[in-house]
Design a protein around this ligand. Structure first.
Ligand code: ATP
Ligand code: MG
Length: 272
């Protein structure tokens, strides 16, 4: 299945402005719980261009979710600073949306009502039309009156993605959004995501444990060190777009996978 991305084309439905750049300078996050200090992030620096699709790989507990949470404004850095379009990130805002590993849908609201929360949050004058558009985009029009528990895991994640994107965020933060899905569904979701992204100017920061997924989706891959986390590999993805999952066997794909895996294995060993 080939997605239809051509980032050189203007996007008809895009409402985001050409912005969404992220810079982090010497970010450090120390959590204190039960008398124990945990350094979740250490001297983390990164620079992400507007509209870039970044994937982050790294061992469990190295601080990937913490990094997303700082960018989302949910967690305050102990020291260092993160910027969105040159402005210091101090709290959450509708210019950033998060999609979590497990869906975070409201169980008492239907598919349509869950998606509508996005446009309502940003006081979209055309909330109903926007909701309709995103219902269509994620292929759930037929299920608009279903409740989350009546959907499969992949469908629930599609609702979550639609809700997150329906605010037309500058930055879409995705924390292992497909981690709980079976392999086949994950491939379909990856393809869907690239197609959705082709409609937007949004910057995407996508955390995954799956190297194939990171290579299939990204413009650039960041690999984080074992805890405490910092970026130890920052590598551009040479694969052209549009992409197809048949590229998993492309020599460039395999070479990139090898480079990432070497570092990941090394870092994972250190985290034991
Ligand atoms: N609210 C918190 N209070 C105390 N410690 C925390 C808190 N959140 C995260 N940590 C600690 O910070 C470290 C980094 O956690 P984080 O969730 O960012 O890792 P991760 O890379 O996302 O891991 P995983 O791949 O397993 O999701 C861990 O040691 C974790 O225990
Ligand atoms: Mg995490």
């Amino acid at each position: 299945m080939a997605n239809t991305i051509d980032k050189s084309e203007p996007k008809a439905n895009s409402r985001t402005s050409a912005s969404g750049s992220i810079v982090a300078q010497d970010l450090e996050v120390i959590f204190t719980a039960n008398g124990l200090n945990t350094i979740a992030l250490e001297r983390t620096n990164l620079s992400i261009k507007s509209g870039e699709f970044i994937c982050i790989l790294g061992p469990s507990g190295c601080g990937k979710s913490t990094l997303l949470n700082v960018i989302a404004g949910f967690v305050k850095a102990t020291s260092g600073v993160a910027f969105l379009d040159g402005n210091e990130i101090e709290h959450p805002g509708p210019d950033r949306s998060m999609v979590f590993q497990q869906h975070s849908l409201l169980p008492w609201k239907t598919v349509r009502e869950n998606i509508a929360l996005g446009p309502e949050l940003i006081k979209d004058n055309e909330a109903s039309k926007t909701t309709e558009h995103f219902l269509d985009m994620v292929g759930l029009k037929k299920f608009e009156h279903h409740y989350p528990e009546q959907l499969s895991g992949g469908m629930q994640q599609r609702v979550g993605i639609a809700r997150a994107m329906a605010t037309y965020p500058k930055v879409l933060l995705m924390d292992e959004p497909f981690g709980a899905l079976d392999y086949q569904t994950r491939l379909v979701m990856q393809d869907n995501l690239l197609n959705l992204w082709s409609e937007f100017d949004s910057t995407v920061i996508f955390v995954t444990h799956d190297t194939d997924e990171a290579i299939f989706l990204s413009d650039r891959i960041l690999v984080m060190s074992a805890s405490p986390g910092r970026v130890v590999l920052d590598i551009k993805n040479p694969l052209p777009r549009p992409r197809t999952q048949l590229m998993f066997t492309d020599a460039r794909f395999i070479e990139l996978k090898k480079r990432c895996m070497e570092i990941i294995i090394q870092e994972s060993m250190q985290s034991r």
